[in-house]
Design a protein around this ligand. Structure first.
Ligand SMILES: [Mn+2]
Length: 351
């Protein structure tokens, strides 16, 4: 009998990744698994975990999704799919099932997880400091973790619910397809066709309207906001945690702040008061239109704080990201200075 090679709906994963994934599937089919994602999970982490559970779970080998506390931002997706989420307290110390971590590779973002034997990390963040040790790593640069997972599972095995979970994850991490790479659009379209939902419905599951409770959660994470007026424009720099920086930075941009940078601590630096931060940059549309580019500010700040050439920030003119290293106060100074230089360059030297 001739066995057909399974086809895939996208190319965000390579042949080695798919070999790893087949080995992971064999182990999970026998031993079950616990799938987790970063603290305060977003729709990319939960959507990917859901699709993996549906694909990997076999009779007699249960797979559970276990997370830290969730926010209301993911409630609509969780409810729509009837996703059963457990907390680490629900998992007994003697539970020997292997762990699969999706959408992060940073140990400090797995609060409550006591497991040390990690079967696999499936992630789209290239910089994790320190990185999580795992038997297998499927780590690729991609806009969303769900892009990688969607191209690891054979096309024939992706049912409408899995497709919906993956499409919403992609919509979430790509800001409703505004921040894309070469795989994003074709993958999203295939997934939308499989689940039979339109883009508007998927966007709404990825970005549900924020109620008072949701806003409270986000604003409560906001720390040390520093603001400055320069050339009649507002610059705002602050710190938040987990997936909130991107939401927070977009909110401030939507409130007419010209240049926003929200830092998020992701690891420790070389000295006691130094840390590694992920920064979400936003530039208001009208300023980007005049040549003040978020991508320039991101790249320049990471260069100034001594990041190696292959780890400089970048992105789009209105939305960018960078990983930076230093003390918080020093980094705020560098970002402020860089934002002002970008304004001077774009708007002409101030006389
Ligand atoms: Mn993600």
């Amino acid at each position: 009998m001739r066995v057909e090679k399974p086809g895939y709906i996208g190319g965000a994963a390579g042949p080695t990744d798919r070999n790893h994934f087949r080995r992971i599937a064999k182990i999970v089919a026998k031993e079950g698994a616990i799938i987790t994602t970063h603290d305060t999970p977003d729709v990319d982490g939960l959507g990917g975990a859901y699709a993996l559970k549906r694909h990997l779970e076999k009779p007699g080998a249960p797979v559970d999704i276990v997370t830290g506390r969730t926010t209301h931002l993911t409630d609509p997706l969780v409810e729509r799919l009837g996703m059963a989420l457990k907390g680490w307290r629900d998992i007994s110390a003697s539970d020997a099932r292997p762990l699969i971590v999706v959408d992060t590779g940073t140990p400090s973002l797995l609060t409550g997880c006591k497991k040390t034997d990690v079967l696999a990390v499936i992630d789209h963040h290239l910089v994790n400091n320190p990185p999580l040790e795992a038997r297998m790593k499927i780590v690729r640069k991609a806009v969303a973790g769900c892009q990688i997972i969607a191209s690891l599972i054979p096309a024939e095995a992706i049912d409408p619910e899995m497709a919906l979970a993956l499409a919403v994850g992609i919509a979430g991490d790509s800001e409703k397809l505004n921040d894309v790479d070469k795989d994003t659009l074709p993958l999203f379209e295939r997934l939308a066709a499989i689940c039979g939902e339109d883009k508007k419905t998927l966007d709404l599951l990825a970005y549900p309207p924020l109620g008072a409770h949701d806003l409270k959660v986000i604003l409560d994470e906001m720390r040390y906001i520093r603001t400055e007026i320069y050339r009649d424009r507002l610059i705002a720099i602050g710190e938040s945690c987990l997936e909130n920086p991107a939401i927070m930075a977009s909110m401030l941009r939507d409130m007419n702040v010209s240049v926003t940078a929200i830092l998020c601590e992701v690891g420790s630096g070389q000295t006691a008061d130094e840390n590694v931060y992920k920064v979400s940059y936003r530039v208001r549309n009208q300023d980007a239109g005049q040549g003040v580019y978020a991508s320039d500010i991101a790249r320049e700040t990471s260069r100034k704080c001594g990041m190696p050439e292959n780890m400089l920030g970048g992105g789009h003119r209105d939305k960018a990201g960078a990983v930076v290293r230093g003390t918080y106060d020093r980094l705020v100074q560098i970002i402020l200075e860089t934002a002002k230089e970008a304004m001077d360059r774009a708007l002409g030297q101030k006389v």
